[in-house]
Structure formats: structure tokens, C-alpha cells
Design a protein around this ligand. Structure first.
Ligand code: MGD
Ligand code: MGD
Ligand code: SF4
Ligand code: MO
Length: 838
């Protein structure tokens, strides 16, 4: 029997035997390939396409159609220009992931209740027909806004990516758009309203070598950019090249970005970064340093430091002839300026002084240390300030990010080589042509985070209430609820979205979403909520063309992926799946343009090859895609040397803010504050919008007295080395290498009678999880820290607040669905919990 038919048959038998479909446990040992490999060894190139920002190439060894091992790139010697792109432990575990026991093997349809996880195998034809027919009827009845493709960052590069579904939708009138993202929602708004940028325009990491002071807030490139050539590598190289660089890191956890590389680690209480920034600003302003040293810079390049600058800008807007700016002018209040706020004078006279003693009580950082940072910033010739996205995933993270960005402005050193403005480092990459998606005729767009609410409230959601974009006015509702969700390479359907128990309830209700499709490779917690499951081919079974990703550091690259093995079982690529559905929507010919996958790849390769960005790649691109696959991997140093705001400060190019300047005072935010809903009940305490950045006491924050008695512990989330989000959770090697245990400071362990390895229930009003304890001084006292992304796995026990205990330990069982004030983004790092030994 041919190997492919053997696999197909064993899959069909396995699935048909029980109505529950294929095995779903993520803990079991993995399936060993059913035949011992014998033939000649083949080496092919593939790539790890998770959303970690790197897309590392991997070398796949196979014999007789069976993958035998996976290695990293080590094909060149490490030099200054080109060097190895070493995959991390995750990429190197791809064999286990490919042969995982919970691989989806055939299309399936649900037979039990939603979420119960009972499925039976069906044919691709039946699956495609069901989906195509439903899409057509929902579009006819509710319009295209009722169709939604959820986030899906699990495998989003390449030709056969979930962009194929967008192409399908756009050929049929489009779908509901989403703006923002789970990564950077709040900081993108903060950067837009400060620098007119998207939050990734900081100075290139390589320029850090020219700095004399690094202030890294929640900055953790060593763990979140683990590629051997990514941002983490650039960070290490810059530290090595630098001369006398002082490194101060602010994080509740002692991360791998420190481990001796830092001059100082100052553990901070989660969500208090704005207070941290304000105390430093207070020192710099009240001491007269700003007046003597940077005031002329601030007056020239920024608006909002004092009342006079706001009055002048107000006047300019009022006389601009631009209707929007004239509206802004009406709500601008010069008395609400930064200097008065920081010094607690004028309209802010009733506020406590923002001294370092004040901030010490809030942040947990000693007053003397805060003062030292102010002094270091003042003395630095080129202060490199960088704020990681951990801060933006906090309640009112917009305020915290803006408050921190201010420090770079106060130094007056922006535009200098070695200095940076707090944004994430800018990075460029090589160009890669992808499948054309066409344009979406639907104009309306919701915040990515509010999709779960749009299932029942889409009809009434507006710009004023939910930040809906693309409608006619502030109070024009979106007008439609979401009726179909295509969740492709996506776990935000459940595991990665906030408040899992709430999301599950919304999804279980079949009167809400009428069709949920999951296109994945594994039986994930979210896939269990699907009505139809489409099994995708995994990367090692795919031919594709991908580039580096958004944080791959100074090196750019292209991988011409070649499948090491035939697609297993009855898996089909997202391209094939979309094309089949297109057939049932009457647009197959338009979808495929009559081309095979091979022809598409050849065409996209030619476009990629001819792009001017890609000139000088090593080795040179060969003539055809097929030849490129034989070489596999191409690299080029992009020579990044961006200096934040240089073109504005040294080149006179106006910023994209309404004033064209750095906005300490944002008139647009003043307008939003006046016009958007800001119902500040105790429940959403602190979710304010203000024209200048301000520290607020938020719900579930350190100073939130309403929840601190019942839930005394602040739980900080973070992105763990053992996974990329939920991806790779089902790889036993990685579960061993990076244990899913909650970090507890020895002082808290003693206070709560906890020993290493204890199992505890962590709970709040939203849910309960069971998790192991790891005792370590690497976390701030009073703060517990848990890596996000573990798979939700409800057990049989009811927890302390009436919810079934999640034995999987998914942090989103505890997080809250509470869109942030400006971005309507995800404050998933803000959590308060209580604990109980199990
Ligand atoms: N509490 C908390 N929640 C968070 C975060 C947090 O910090 N804390 N972080 C947020 C952030 S920044 C992000 S970006 C999101 C990420 O959320 P997601 O975009 O959902 O990312 P993943 O969890 O990696 O899920 C990707 C899915 O793709 C599937 N997949 C992988 N490879 C393939 C493939 O080849 N084909 C197909 N069809 N599927 C594939 C995986 O099995 C997985 O189900 O999570 C957010 N959620
Ligand atoms: N290994 C690994 N790498 C990844 C990912 C992954 O899941 N695993 N995900 C990728 C994706 S999509 C993204 S968006 C990025 C995310 O990258 P980041 O957003 O930078 O990652 P986080 O771990 O959420 O946050 C960074 C640090 O912030 C700290 N932190 C949390 N709350 C606070 C706070 O209130 N104040 C301060 N000062 N620090 C705080 C955390 O302890 C952590 O060390 O990582 C990418 N890379
Ligand atoms: S997870 Fe990221 S760093 Fe690790 S191999 Fe994959 S792309 Fe590279
Ligand atoms: Mo992300």
C-alpha cells in the first residue's frame, strides 16, 4: 500500500471509530511515524511561520516520505554582514509538531453541542458546499458585514495563508474589517497621538551601540525574539559593541534580556508605569533641568508642554480652514498642560505632588532609584528609551505608553544617533509577493478586540460607544451582527481572546454566530467550537514562498519552502480549501485565475525576485521558483540605521500628527474625550481619555481598592519561550523545557505557605485555573507571573467562584474583556487573583 493511502486509511479509521473525532489531548506522547524510514536522505528547506516576528528557516531531513529530523540554518559563518538565522527550540521541534497526535486529519462536522468537541468526518466536498452555501445565504440576508475572519496570526505568511479567505470574501462583496491588533493596539494609538507613527518607528536596534544609557521598560528581546538573527541577536550585538552603556530595565520579572547584561533591574508593579514616568518627569522639571537644558528643544518640536504652546496651536487650528481641526480647536484647553500637571499646579493644584516618594508607594521602585534614572537621563548624551508592548496590554495602556514616551521628549536628545523615543525599534525586511486579496468593498471596521461583542451587539455598536470606524457619523451603528466566523490559523476564537468562559458562552449560542469554521492543523480548544473543521497542511508539508517577518532584525531573508513530505491524511492547504469553497459560491475561476498552486508560486517568485528591495541577496536568485526551492534560503543585510524622528528634527519633515509636531497635548484625544462615551463607573475605573498623558488608578490595578481585598495578587502575563501564544503548546519537548508554572516570589510563597511544585487554584470572578507554583526571586513581591497561551482544558471540579476549574491553566480564563478607552484594545495583562492550594 502506498504510504499516503495508508495514512489516509488509518486516519479515517481513527476518526470514525469514535464520534468525538480525532484525539484531542495535548499531553499524550506524540505519534511515531508508522513506518521506519529507509530510503535516501533528502534535505529540504521549510520555515517556522508563527507570529514571533522572525519566520526562521529550518532544514528538514526526510527519508522515504518520513521526516527524520529538523535542523537550523548554519550554512554560513557568522560575519558582520550576513550570519546564521538560527531557529529556536520551537522551530527545531517541528517534527514533533508535524506528527502530533492531535493533528486534524479529515474535514469534520459537529454532531454534539457547540464546544462539546464531538465531530464526524465528512468529505471536502460536503465541507466546502456547507460553507459556500451558508456564506451565500448570510450575505444575501444580512450583508457582507455579517462575515468575519478572526485574527489568525498562527501561520499568516506565505501564499497559502489565511489571506486566501480574504480573497474569497472580496470576490463576493467583502467582509467586516478589523483594525488594530492584540499585540500593539494601545501603543499604536499612543504613538499615533504623540509622534504620528505606528509605534514601531524607534531607532534601529543596531544604533543602540551608540547610546550611553538604555532605559528598557518591559523590553525583553531575548525572550520574545529568540531567532538567532532577530531583534534579540541585534540587541546582544549592540550591547557587545557599545562602550560604557548603562542598562536599566523596568519589568516585574527578571527576564533573559537581563541575566547579567543589565546594570540594574528595577521590578515594577504591573500597570504603574505612568506613575514611574511622572515621578521622573517631576524631577527633571521641578529641578529646573528642563528649563535650562531642553526647553528650547521642546518649544521648537513639541506642543503641549505649557499653556502658551496649546494656545498658539489652538489658534492655528481655528484658522486652518480644516473642519476637523476647527472642531479640535473648540475643545482644546491650554490650562490642561503637561508642566502644570506634572508640577500639580494650576487646574491640577489639588493633585498630590508627583515626587519620587509618591511614585515609590505606587510602583514599588525605591525613590532614590527613580531619582537616579532622572539623573541618568539628564546626563546621557544619547538616551535610548524603549518600551515593550507588555505595558500596552494593561488597563489604560494608552496612558502608560504616552506617559513613558514623554521622557524621551523631555531629554531633548531626540534625533541624535544612539537615542530613541520609546517606540519599538524600526526594522526593514525583504519584499515577498503574496496572493492578491483584492479590495474589500465593506468600509466599516471594528476594533479587532470587539469581535466577540459584535456577535450580539454589532447592530448597535457605534463610533462613540465602541470606536467603530467607517460609519457615517459618531452615532451611526455598525448595523449587523456577526453571523459567520472563519477562524483560520487562529486561536483568538477562544484561547487567545480575553475571558474564555464568557467567549465560550457567546460561541455556544447558535442563535448568535450561525456558522463557525476552524481551519487549523490541530484540535485546539477553539476548534472544538467549530461547526466545520478544515484540516490544513502543516509547513513541513507545504511548498511556499515566505520572507523574514516584522522583527527579524537587521538581516532580511526569503525562504523558498519545499515540502519534505506529501500532505498527510486528507489535509489541504488554505488555498485549496478556499478554492473549493469558491466553487460553491460560483467564483472558482476568478479565485484561481485558472492557475495551479505551482503556477501561482512561480508568478509570485518572479515578482519577489524582481523587486528592487531584494537586490544584492546572497546567493543571487536563480531563474525559476523550482530552482529557488533547491537552494532554499536567501539572505541580505538590510543595513538598518534608522534614528527615531531624525527626518523631523534634523530634516524638517513635519510629523503626521494634526499639528505636525510631537504632541504632548493631543487635540484629537481632547476631541475624543469630549465626544466618545466615557462612562466611568467603578467597574471601568481609570479608563479615561485625556489630552495629556496621566497616570490613572485603574480597575484591577495595584491601587484598585474595590478588588484588592477579594483578589490581593496582581497577576502579570507574559509571552513565554515555550510557545508562541497557543502555538506549539502540544509539543511535549517544549512543555518539559519551559514548565507552565506561575512565578511566585519567595516572600509571597512564605506568606501563603507555598512550596515549589505545589498546585494552586488561581481565581477571580471570571474563572479558575489550576497551575503549578515555581518559587523564584525573578518576580516582584506581590506579583505573580504566568506565561500566556496554555491550552484551556476545563476539568470536572467547580472552583471558588463557581466556574469549572481550567486544568490547562490558560491565563485567559482569568483575563477580562474590557476594551481600552482609546484603542478599544486588549488589556490582557491586567489581572487580579486570589489563590488556594489544591
Ligand atoms: N492573556 C493574553 N492573551 C493574549 C496575549 C497575551 O499577552 N496575554 N497576546 C495576544 C497577542 S499579542 C496575540 S498576537 C494573540 C495571538 O493569537 P493567535 O493569532 O490566535 O495566535 P496563536 O495562539 O499562535 O494561534 C494560532 C493558531 O494557528 C494554528 N496554526 C499554526 N500553524 C498553522 C498552519 O500551518 N495552518 C493553520 N491553518 N493553522 C495553523 C495554531 O494551531 C493555532 O490554533 O494572542 C493574544 N492573546
Ligand atoms: N517566545 C515568544 N516570543 C514571542 C511571542 C510568544 O508568544 N512567545 N509572541 C510574539 C508576539 S505576537 C508579540 S505581540 C510579542 C509580545 O512581546 P511583548 O509584548 O514585549 O511581550 P510580553 O511578554 O507580553 O511583555 C514584555 C514584558 O513586559 C512585562 N510586563 C508585563 N506587564 C508589565 C507592566 O505593567 N509594566 C512593565 N514595565 N512591564 C510589564 C512582562 O513581564 C514581560 O517581561 O512577542 C512575540 N514573540
Ligand atoms: S518560534 Fe520564532 S524564533 Fe523560534 S524558530 Fe520559530 S520563527 Fe524562529
Ligand atoms: Mo502579538
Amino acid at each position: 500500500m502506498e504510504r499516503r493511502s495508508f495514512l489516509k486509511m488509518s486516519a479515517a479509521m481513527g476518526c470514525a471509530a469514535s464520534v468525538t473525532g480525532c484525539k484531542t489531548s495535548s499531553d499524550d506522547a506524540n505519534v511515531v511515524p508508522p513506518q521506519p524510514p529507509v530510503g535516501e536522505e533528502q534535505i529540504t528547506w521549510s520555515s517556522c511561520l508563527v507570529n514571533c516576528g522572525s519566520n526562521c528557516p529550518v532544514k528538514v531531513f526526510s527519508r522515504d516520505g518520513v521526516i527524520t529530523r529538523v535542523e537550523t540554518d548554519h550554512d554560513v559563518a557568522d560575519g558582520d554582514d550576513v550570519y546564521q538565522v538560527r531557529a529556536c527550540a520551537r522551530g527545531r521541534s517541528l517534527r514533533q509538531r508535524t506528527y502530533a497526535v492531535d493533528r486534524l486529519k479529515t474535514p469534520m462536522k459537529r454532531v454534539g453541542k457547540r464546544g462539546e468537541g464531538k465531530f464526524v468526518p465528512i468529505s471536502w466536498d460536503e465541507a466546502a458546499k456547507t460553507i459556500g452555501t451558508k456564506l451565500t445565504s448570510v450575505i444575501a440576508e444580512h450583508g457582507n458585514k455579517a462575515i468575519f475572519r478572526s485574527y489568525g496570526s498562527g501561520a499568516y505568511y506565505g501564499f497559502a495563508s489565511n489571506a486566501c479567505f480574504n480573497r474569497l470574501f472580496n470576490l463576493n462583496g467583502g467582509c467586516l474589517n478589523a483594525y488594530g491588533n492584540y499585540s500593539w493596539a494601545q501603543q499604536m494609538e499612543a504613538a499615533k497621538h504623540t509622534f504620528g507613527t505606528g509605534s514601531t518607528s524607534g531607532s534601529s536596534t543596531v544604533t543602540l551601540a551608540n547610546s550611553d544609557f538604555l532605559l528598557g521598560v518591559a523590553y525583553n528581546p531575548s525572550e520574545i525574539r529568540q531567532s538567532g538573527s532577530g531583534e534579540g541577536y541585534d540587541y546582544l550585538k549592540a550591547l557587545q559593541k557599545s562602550n560604557g552603556l548603562k542598562v536599566v530595565m523596568i519589568d516585574p520579572r527578571y527576564t533573559d534580556s537581563m541575566l547579567g547584561k543589565e546594570s540594574k533591574w528595577l521590578p515594577i508593579r504591573p500597570g504603574t508605569d505612568a506613575a514611574f514616568a511622572e515621578a521622573i518627569a517631576y524631577q527633571m522639571i521641578s529641578s529646573g533641568w528642563v528649563d535650562q537644558n531642553s526647553l528650547s528643544f521642546i518649544n521648537k518640536y513639541a506642543v503641549g508642554f505649557d499653556a502658551a504652546s496649546i494656545t498658539a496651536q489652538k489658534e492655528l487650528f481655528a484658522n486652518s480652514g480644516d473642519a476637523t481641526k476647527q472642531e479640535y480647536a473648540k475643545v482644546m484647553k491650554p490650562e490642561e498642560n503637561y508642566r502644570d500637571y506634572i508640577l500639580s499646579q494650576g487646574v491640577y493644584a489639588d493633585q498630590p505632588l508627583k515626587t519620587s516618594e509618591w511614585a515609590e508607594k505606587i510602583t514599588g521602585i525605591p525613590a532614590a532609584q527613580l531619582e537616579q534614572i532622572a539623573t541618568d537621563l539628564q546626563n546621557a548624551k544619547a538616551p535610548y528609551i524603549v518600551v515593550g508592548a507588555g505595558v500596552n496590554r494593561q488597563a489604560n495602556g494608552e496612558q502608560s505608553m504616552r506617559a513613558l514616551y514623554m521622557l524621551s521628549v523631555l531629554t531633548g536628545k531626540l534625533g541624535t544617533l544612539g537615542a530613541s523615543n520609546g517606540e519599538l525599534p524600526s526594522m526593514s525586511g525583504m519584499y515577498r509577493a503574496g496572493i492578491p486579496t483584492g479590495s474589500n468593498p465593506v468600509k466599516e471596521s471594528i476594533s479587532f478586540f470587539t469581535w466577540s461583542e459584535a456577535i450580539h451587539n454589532g447592530e448597535t455598536m457605534t463610533a462613540r460607544s465602541h470606536g467603530v470606524r467607517g460609519t457615517d457619523g459618531l452615532d451611526t451603528p455598525l448595523g449587523t451582527n456577526i453571523k459567520v466566523i472563519i477562524s483560520a490559523s487562529d486561536s483568538s476564537l477562544l484561547n487567545q481572546h480575553a475571558e474564555i468562559n464568557n467567549t465560550a458562552k457567546i460561541l455556544e449560542d447558535e442563535t448568535g454566530v450561525e456558522l463557525i469554521v476552524s481551519c487549523d492543523c490541530w484540535m485546539t480548544p477553539g476548534a472544538k467550537f467549530a461547526d466545520i473543521i478544515l484540516p490544513d497542511t502543516s509547513w513541513l508539508e507545504s511548498n511556499d514562498l515566505v520572507n523574514d517577518s516584522y522583527a527579524s532584525g537587521a538581516l532580511g531573508y526569503i525562504t523558498a519552502m519545499k515540502s519534505a513530505i506529501e500532505p498527510m491524511w486528507d489535509c489541504k492547504s488554505m488555498y485549496e480549501a478556499s478554492a473549493l469553497i469558491a466553487k460553491y459560491m460560483g467564483c472558482e475561476a476568478e479565485f484561481t485565475e485558472g492557475k495551479t498552486e505551482e503556477q501561482w508560486l512561480e508568478e509570485l517568485y518572479q515578482k519577489t525576485k524582481d523587486s528592487s528591495t531584494n537586490l544584492g541577496v546572497v546567493p543571487a536568485f536563480p531563474a525559476t521558483y523550482k530552482e529557488a526551492q533547491e537552494i532554499g534560503f536567501f539572505r541580505k543585510n538590510m543595513n538598518d540605521n534608522h534614528v527615531a524622528l531624525k527626518s523631523y528634527i534634523n530634516g524638517g519633515k513635519a510629523l503626521s500628527t494634526p499639528s505636525g509636531k510631537i504632541e504632548i497635548y493631543s487635540a484629537e484625544l481632547a476631541w475624543r474625550a469630549a465626544n466618545w462615551d466615557q462612562e466611568l463607573t467603578t467597574d471601568v475605573k481609570g479608563d479615561t481619555i485625556t489630552a495629556i498623558p496621566q497616570y490613572t488608578v485603574t480597575w484591577d490595578g495595584y491601587e484598585d481598592e474595590d478588588t484588592s481585598t477579594d483578589y490581593p495578587i496582581q497577576l502579570a502575563g507574559y509571552h513565554t519561550k515555550g510557545r508562541t501564544h497557543s502555538s506549539y503548546h502540544n509539543v511535549p519537548w517544549l512543555r518539559e523545557a519551559v514548565e507552565d508554572a506561575v512565578w511566585v516570589n519567595p516572600m509571597d510563597a512564605a506568606e501563603n505557605g507555598l512550596s515549589a511544585g505545589d498546585k494552586i487554584e488561581m481565581y477571580n470572578e471570571r474563572g479558575s485555573i489550576a497551575v503549578k507554583v515555581r518559587i523564584t526571586p525573578r518576580v516582584a513581591p506581590g506579583v505573580f507571573a504566568l506565561g500566556q497561551g496554555a491550552w484551556f482544558k476545563p476539568g470536572n471540579t467547580v472552583g471558588s467562584t463557581g466556574h469549572i476549574i481550567d486544568e490547562g491553566g490558560a491565563i485567559n480564563t482569568l483575563t477580562r474583556y474590557q476594551p481600552s478607552p482609546v484603542a478599544k484594545g486588549n488589556p490582557q495583562h491586567t489581572n487580579r487573583v486570589a489563590i488556594k492550594k489544591i
